[in-house]
Design a protein around this ligand. Structure first.
Ligand code: DNO
Length: 362
């Protein structure tokens, strides 16, 4: 298991490379050119700039999260070919710079969704929270406004530039069915996967967060059956999965451990975090520790271990603790604690053997 840490860029993150390096076992960043809008071809100079910065700090850039997909691709519009071409050119450049895995999602309009970025727990810490009834009764425009007002940071998936066209986007999706979205995903994969394979870059689809349709928009990467179907749409090791325990765990019916066993050889990247799901379907993000939420983090790490997981892993959203001022969900402290918990579990499953008098872990 290779540990990486998400980084949002110099001007949009409070965590420094040096701080990341102080967390045991962190070897790289999960990064993106956050200024580039979906559909754009990423400039090589900017890619190389990040590479140089990261490598100087002793961190690699093997994992990109995310190269976002233009809505025209998800909508299946004729203009998608132009954006698919740009996507390929970006893949080629990233490959040239040494990138091995590209995480992306196929969610219409929105990326992740929460109703509260700073929900307070009884111990005074705060965390991202999803209140089901609020989403069901809420106008998406109102929510976008609230999310952007309550954050000093640009939130990926919720960029004001992207969202200023919200009315037009909702109109465009009006007649797009779940079947259409599957067809459009297949079209994208048939174009992209052979190209990514040629460049030895593994594509890794991120599950929908939360894993159910919101605001009447279709969502397809929600369950084990749907993930299986997605991986089979274009059956290749380069069509992989970012197994995100928190996104999938928001639906307690999802058997995440079963998914790890079934899709093991198609998971180049995993996000591991915990959530507590309440009886009414609301959920709050918690510490990574198994007992603190409803996701069996211990079982997940064990399943990865049993499958000799050699892919990339990152801790995911953390709580805001110790008065840290940070991006919602992306502070240093709780994610660093999360990493140590993951390593603790991982190492506990490894066998220590003594070879020529020295302790070696396998
Ligand atoms: C949220 C993240 C997502 C994720 C994308 C992948 O914090 O897990 O925004 O990066 O869905 O494309």
């Amino acid at each position: 298991m290779k540990m990486v840490f998400r980084w949002f860029g110099e001007n949009n993150d409070t965590v420094t490379f040096q701080q990341m390096k102080h967390i045991p076992g962190v070897e790289g960043i999960a990064w993106a050119l956050h200024d580039e809008l979906p559909g754009a071809e990423w400039p090589m100079e900017k890619i190389l700039e990040i590479k140089e910065q990261a490598e100087q700090a002793g961190l690699h850039i093997h994992v990109v999260e995310s190269v976002n997909i233009h809505e025209d691709i998800k909508l299946g519009l004729p203009s998608r070919d132009k954006y698919i071409e740009n996507y390929k050119r970006t893949i080629a450049k990233l490959a040239q710079a040494g990138v091995k895995v590209i995480c992306y999602n196929f969610m219409p309009i929105f990326d992740w969704l929460r109703t509260d970025l700073y929900k307070e727990a009884s111990d005074g810490s705060t965390a991202l929270f999803y209140e089901k009834s609020k989403v069901n009764g809420l106008d998406p425009f109102e929510l976008v406004k609230q999310i952007n007002q309550n954050s000093d940071f640009t939130m990926p998936g919720w960029e004001p530039e992207r969202l200023q066209h919200l009315t037009a986007l909702f109109e465009a999706y009006k007649d797009v069915t779940v079947e259409d979205l599957w067809d459009n995903a297949k079209y994208f994969l048939d174009e992209i996967i052979p190209f990514a394979a040629e460049h030895d870059v593994q594509m890794a689809i991120h599950p929908d967060d939360p894993p159910w349709p919101i605001f009447g928009l279709p969502r397809i990467i929600t369950s084990q059956d749907h993930i299986r179907k997605y991986l089979q749409l274009h059956d290749s090791p380069y069509n992989g999965l970012t197994l995100c325990s928190g996104s999938l765990g928001a639906n307690p019916d999802n058997d995440i451990i079963g998914m790890i066993h079934e899709f093991a050889d198609r998971i180049p990247f995993t996000h591991i975090r915990n959530v507590r799901v309440f009886d009414n379907g609301d959920f709050i993000e918690t510490s990574h520790r198994t007992q603190d939420g409803t996701v069996d983090i211990k079982g997940i790490v064990q399943a990865f271990h049993e499958n000799d997981f050699e892919g990339y892993c990152r801790p995911d959203h953390g709580r805001h603790i110790w008065d840290e001022q940070c991006r919602p969900g992306y502070g240093l402290y709780d994610r660093a604690l999360g990493i140590m918990y993951l390593w603790g579990l991982w190492d506990a499953y490894r066998q220590v053997t003594t070879i020529e008098g020295k302790k070696v872990q396998q």
